[in-house]
Design a protein around this ligand. Structure first.
Ligand SMILES: *[C@@H]1O[C@H](CO)[C@@H](O)[C@H](O)[C@H]1NC(C)=O
Ligand SMILES: *[C@@H]1O[C@H](CO)[C@@H](O)[C@H](O)[C@H]1NC(C)=O
Ligand SMILES: *[C@@H]1O[C@H](CO)[C@@H](O)[C@H](O)[C@H]1NC(C)=O
Ligand SMILES: *[C@@H]1O[C@H](CO)[C@@H](O)[C@H](O)[C@H]1NC(C)=O
Length: 321
């Protein structure tokens, strides 16, 4: 009797607050499915689709003007339970449509702004970078490590701040050298020649582990690391296989998890507009699993990293951005 009661209650509450399937529209900002960032969002939606609770439609605009056109089209259609825009570049466009279509639900993945009827998901890059800095310092013999960043702004400096704090947590005397891609580079995010050159310069100053946060430029960083027999750390996607044994791990923003979760939230009728930051606790950021480097790093250091991760999740270690 009691069981039946609970079942009826469950069915009633499901009926009241959710559907069995939702429809999602996603606008991949410039680069379309060719960028790791957008591809991860796609993977998250594919997973939800395979589990049978969403259908989705995606578009690949060629510029910002087109972003707005597609967002407006999706909103006007009125068939989407959620419309997602990818990256800070769509923020202004979403602001516009969110005002024009107050009953449409939106999400921006990546970015820091607050928009009406929109969920903004940001990521705690500083937390995964803390782990990377701790690992780099444990692996360093020279006690000098480095980071190469594609740009000098708040988003990229989160990596630097987390990396430095993690390094100092292991050894307060470690030297962390930071370099930025020169603004004179024609494309700081796809300039492996300059990336290699800067890496070599940093290696000549004694670093023996380097974190790259400059997308395609990182290929030059990996080349330098391999040639000079130092370690590197990748970013964005799982880059560990690009130079197995040289790349210790990669810091990853788990856009796939975040997007998958978004769809679940809408499905369950739990849409909650506003800004949020997804970190280690939410599995929104992570390190890769040392597939090629487990032996090299050794269980002792991996266990220590796990402990640090737990302490960040519990709040015992706080990592300011
Ligand atoms: C954006 O792309 C569309 C379609 O390719 C094109 O018609 C339009 O001129 C472009 N606008 C800008 C500002 O580049
Ligand atoms: C920093 O620059 C990158 C690349 O241009 C951009 O995607 C990001 O939104 C910028 N962050 C801030 C806080 O301006
Ligand atoms: C590499 O760096 C050296 C000095 O450090 C500089 O003279 C040279 O022009 C650089 N080469 C490239 C391709 O950036
Ligand atoms: C996804 O949802 C699960 C279950 O609610 C939660 O534990 C996790 O923190 C969420 N992850 C992200 C990235 O939002």
């Amino acid at each position: 009797m009691k069981k039946l009661f609970i079942l009826v209650f469950l069915l009633l509450s499901l009926g009241a607050y959710s559907k069995d399937k939702i429809n999602v529209g996603i606008v991949f900002s410039s680069g379309g499915l060719g960028t790791g960032f957008n591809k991860m969002a796609y993977d998250g939606l594919k997973k939800a689709e395979a589990e049978g609770f969403i259908t989705f439609k995606y578009v690949e605009p060629s510029n910002i003007t087109e972003d707005l056109v597609f967002l407006r089209d999706f909103s006007r259609e009125g068939n989407f339970d959620l419309v997602i825009g990818m990256g800070t570049v769509v923020a202004e466009s979403i602001k516009k449509v969110a005002t024009e279509f107050p009953n449409q639900k939106y999400a921006i993945v990546g970015g820091t702004i607050t928009v009406p009827n929109t969920i903004t998901i940001d990521f705690a890059e500083q937390e995964m970078s803390f782990l990377a800095g701790a690992l780099a310092t444990m692996m360093s013999r020279s006690n000098k490590i480095g980071v190469l960043l594609g740009m000098d702004n708040r988003s990229f400096n989160r990596f630097k701040h987390g990396f430095t704090q993690g390094a100092k947590y292991i050894n307060k005397d470690v030297l962390v050298i930071t370099s930025y891609m020169p603004t004179t580079s024609s494309n700081p995010f796809n300039d492996p020649v300059t990336g290699k050159n800067i890496s070599n310069l940093m290696i000549s100053r004694g670093i023996d582990v380097i974190l790259q946060v400059a997308e395609g430029t990182g290929n030059g960083v990996f080349e330098a690391a391999k040639e000079k027999k130092i370690y590197a750390i990748g970013s964005d996607t799982d880059q560990d296989g690009e130079a197995p044994g040289t790349i210790l791990t990669s810091v990853r923003v788990r856009i796939d998890n975040a997007v998958y979760n978004l769809t679940k939230e809408i499905l369950n009728g739990e849409f909650k507009a506003g800004y949020r930051q997804s970190g280690l606790a939410e599995n929104g950021v992570s390190l890769t699993k040392f597939i090629h480097t487990k032996k090299l790093i050794g269980q002792e250091k991996i266990t220590r990293l796990d402990k640090i991760k737990k302490d960040i999740i519990s709040g015992k270690i706080v990592v300011p951005e």
